[in-house]
Design a protein around this ligand. Structure first.
Ligand SMILES: Cc1cc2nc3c(=O)[nH]c(=O)nc-3n(C[C@H](O)[C@H](O)[C@H](O)COP(=O)(O)O)c2cc1C
Length: 194
């Protein structure tokens, strides 16, 4: 792993979700290092409530076919040109990470596990950004579709919470402004306004 180049603040504030990748492959060693570092996320009782299915390099072709069949079921009716255009959002990322969490029947545990996995995903996004790799956390409806789940290998009692697309990019999208603390913070007080 290269030495950290960004301050934590810079990484958090300047990271943007990348939705247009340039097609450059993502190195598997970098991806595995990102994952090995990201799992140092906070998680209650050290349950480490996540596992990942990764596609990178040679596996990408098969995954792209699955995404085509799932997301564009009528792809056979399209012209080659139109299909290629619609497929760009699937063919240009250099790697995919499907993050899978257990879905405990107890709501508290289920929410804790989802929260923990979310912090781990944010870690992945920030670590990738530090290496010049963009990412976007995507939650298309088909992540819950039985056929898709089955090909990805999600078992009963598990949920795919993210299709994380990763890849190199040429442009950084403009940030949408965030609300300021003055808009979202109230100061604690025992005296409640009626
Ligand atoms: C739980 C979650 C689900 C998301 N799902 C999608 C998605 O399905 N498609 C998409 O384009 N972006 C998705 N995003 C990315 C957001 O659109 C993005 O984070 C938001 O626009 C803020 O932009 P930024 O990440 O560049 O700050 C998702 C983000 C989160 C945290």
């Amino acid at each position: 792993m290269s030495e950290q180049s960004l301050s934590i603040r810079k990484a958090i504030v300047e990271r943007r979700s990348i939705k247009k990748f340039n097609g450059q492959p993502v190195e598997r060693e970098k991806l595995m290092q990102i994952i090995d570092d990201a799992v140092w996320a906070p998680n209650h009782k050290n349950r480490e409530p996540w596992r990942m299915v990764v596609a990178c390099g040679d596996e990408l072709k098969d995954l792209q076919q699955l995404l085509r069949d799932t997301a564009i079921p009528k792809w056979r009716e399209l012209t080659a040109e139109s299909l290629e255009k619609q497929m760009q959002k699937f063919t240009t990322p250099g790697a995919y990470v499907f993050v899978i969490v257990p879905e405990d029947v107890r709501q508290k545990i289920r929410l804790e596990d989802y929260a923990a996995a979310s912090t781990m995903i944010q870690n992945m996004q920030l670590l990738a950004w530090d290496l010049g790799i963009g990412s976007c956390w995507k939650t298309p409806e088909y992540l819950d579709a039985p056929e898709f789940r089955s090909v990805i290998g999600a078992k009963s009692g598990e949920r795919i919470i993210s299709m994380l697309q990763l890849g190199y990019f040429d442009d950084i999208p403009k940030a949408r402004e965030r609300k300021k603390s003055s808009e979202i913070v109230t100061t604690f007080s025992l005296k409640r306004e009626e």
